[in-house]
Structures are given as C-alpha cells and as structure tokens.
Design a protein around this ligand. Sequence first.
Ligand code: SF4
Ligand code: SF4
Length: 461
Amino acid sequence: MGYKLSKYLYEDEKEGYVFLYNTYKVDMLKIKKPLFEAIKENLSDIKENPENPVIAKLIEKRYLVEDSVNEDREGDLMYLKTCHSNKQLLLTILPTEGCNFRCEYCYEEHKQNKMSEETQEALIKFVRKNLKYYGGLSVSWFGGEPLLYPEIIEHLSEEFKKICKNFKKPYTAIMTTNGYLLDYDMFCRMKKCNVTNYQITIDGPAEVHDKQRFLAGGQPTYDKIISNLTDIKEKEKSKFYTFSLRTNLTVQSAKAYPKLAQFLKDNFFVDGRFTPRVRIAWNGTNDADYEKNIISDISSIFGEGSSLEQTQENLQKSMYGITDENALRKNFNEIMFAHYPCYAAKANSFIFGPDGRLFKCTVHFDDSKDGVAGYLKPDGHLEVNDTIDAKWITQMTAKDKGKCYDCKAYPLCQGVGCPYKMSVRGRRDDECEAKVAEIISTFRVFSSNEKICADVEEMLA
Ligand code: SF4
Ligand code: SF4
C-alpha cells in the first residue's frame, strides 16, 4: 500500500523537534526529529492498520495519507461541500443601513433607511418557500446598526421561529453590533430572538476608541459599551452566549493595544465567553497597497522584525499571551476560521438590504455593479442575476486554480477565501503570500502551547 506525507503540511524545526502544521485538519503536533526522519524514510512500507501507534496517530490525523489519495480532487470536493451545501439557509439581514456611530474608517454610507413592512413580509415568504431545501436557518443581524430597530428583529425572529418549528428545523442567530444599545434589557430581548453570539468592536482604551468610534454627534462611546458588557457578564450566567471583541488596528490603536489587551484580559477574557479578534482596519477603498503600508507601520510598533510574518507573530503573541488556557483552542480555531471561504462565496448565503436588494458581500454592497446580485419580490420570489452571482459563488479560472493546487493553505482558503479579492476583482499573488504568512505565524504562535501542540509520543503515553 504505502503512505505519503499530506501535501497540506508546513514543517518547522526547533530544539530537536519537527513541528507539523496541518491545514487540512487545522491541527498541529511535534515529533522528535530522528523519529520523523525514520518514518519518512519508510513511508512506502507502511501497511494498512499499522501497529506502530505514532504512525497510526499520524494517519488518523491525516498527516500521512495513502499513496493512492488524490488530494487535489479531495480539495475540489471540499470546496463543493463548503460553498455549495444545503446544510443551512444562511441569511444576513440589514434592518437598516443607518448607524448611530460615525467610525473614522467606516466604509458605509449611513443611509437613514429602515426595512419596510412589505420587505419584512417578502423575507418571511422567502424563508417559508425555501427552508424545505435546507437543514436549518441561521440569521446574522447586520447593518448599519441593527439594534436601531429591535422591533424589526423581534418581528422577523418570531416568524422565522414559527416557520422553523413547522419544518422541525433549528433556528440560530448571531449579531454584529457596535454594542452601544446592547444594555442588559436589550440583551434579554435579543435572547428571545435566539441571538447567541455577538461581534462587538473595541478599538483601544477610551482615549483611542473614542477617537475612532464615536456617535454621529461626535460623543464618546467607550464607557457605555464597557458598562453594557460588564452588566451582561455579571447578570447572565449561561455559557451559551458568546462575545467576540474585535479590535480594528490602525497605527493609533496598535500603539495602545497592549493597554487595551491588559484591560480586556483582566475584565473579560478571564471569562471564556469573551474572545479577542484583531484585524487590520479596512479603509473602505480598493487600494491594494493600503494594507501593506499599514502593516509596515504597525510592524515598527510590535517588534524588531518588519516582515509581515514577524508582525503577525508579534501581534498574535501580544493577543494570545493574555488569554486563559481554556480559551486558547477556541481562539486558535476562530483565527483559522477567518481564512475559510467567506459567506459571499457560498451559494446558500443571502444578504438582504433594507429594501430587499440581494447583496453578496457586506463590504462591497453599493460601490460596484457586482455588489447587487438580485431583488426580493413582494411574493418572496428572489430574482437573481446569474452573471453577477457566478462571479461570487464559483471558483476562479482553471489557470489561476493551478496556483491553488500547489498551495498548502488550500484546505483553509479553498481558492476563494475572500471571493471579492480572489475571484470578483482577481487573485493577486502578494495577497496570497500575506494570507499564507498569517497562517504560518498563527501556527507558530500556538505551537509553543503544549495543550494545542503536543509531542505525538506524549499524546500516546
Ligand atoms: S491563498 Fe491564494 S493560492 Fe492559496 S488557496 Fe488561497 S487563493 Fe489559492
Ligand atoms: S467577500 Fe471579502 S470583502 Fe466581502 S465580506 Fe467576504 S471577506 Fe469581506
């Protein structure tokens, strides 16, 4: 029979060990170098169900695959299962594009609109017509600021719950909110709407956050958000409700990040329901050099090395050195999850604006002809423009895909990652390199934690 090393492994060598980073299983382990070399030399002699427990473990976790396995075709299947699945009907709903904030880097136009009753009814009819094709309904409330109109969320949630009950299918919901209106009473209202996960942005200690994220009238927002979250943390005991605390890095917030990190560690991350998520702030343009420039500015703050990889590593060390052990695995998975195909690449994902327009991506709504892929009719019928839809929910050309087949990050990104960058606008080699560098540095940072990256022999002891 014989085995080979999976093509989806990165290898690092440190202190007599080989560290193996596995993007297929999103797993890692370390193995003593001489043992690894011996296994590699005898791969062709490995039989089915080997007695050697180390080899059995490497096969089980897909570090080794049978010689006959065609990993490229499995990669194609993986993409089909991820992006053309009917497991769930995924809806992202914008009750409004309006917002009570005016964040410095925000790309939205803050149209002061509100989903009409007619559009709400059309949406309910759409779900009623289509849920039979899916295994369940999952809604993400988005905006603008969705909590400006909680009554819309309540009405739609109630109807969605009834439809799901009739079809005997599960209903789940999450929300992206700025957190200003999320006091404990509002949280309880949203509990009744099945909202169990929130993404809330805190950009720094008050003096930084309030300069980046302020109300439409310019007033500060930090104290109110922190007091809302503290209240919820103290009053709500269920582990069911989780909060991703996101920080958008600009040069200012990067400088202040260590202070914020310490505060969040002491006050929130000690509670496993709260997890950090750090991203480079988006500046609302398609300026491909923006991210590179800001990374280079930020790198000078976070450490000696100025390479992207070194920056990511320093950043992540500063983030994950601060969380408790139990939250580590969750954080690791969450960061890796960010590299998987975005919902915009999924045929089962629909983003509805307040006027019933079908968007594909929550960043590029209105700014290009590719942003609007259809319209919801009052009877719940969705009129889709296939020419636009195809740009988002198919992989890139076969020629470009050749690069992906050689890419060890493929099981995460699957050739689409961000379909806007990889397919609609066109894939760029430097962006792929940046993605790969981030993936490797994430593995490296977590590899120093024994709970996540154990010695394979000790695992079996
Ligand atoms: S990172 Fe780039 S080359 Fe690698 S799988 Fe994604 S799109 Fe393809
Ligand atoms: S397609 Fe890209 S830009 Fe749009 S939401 Fe997805 S990851 Fe973001």
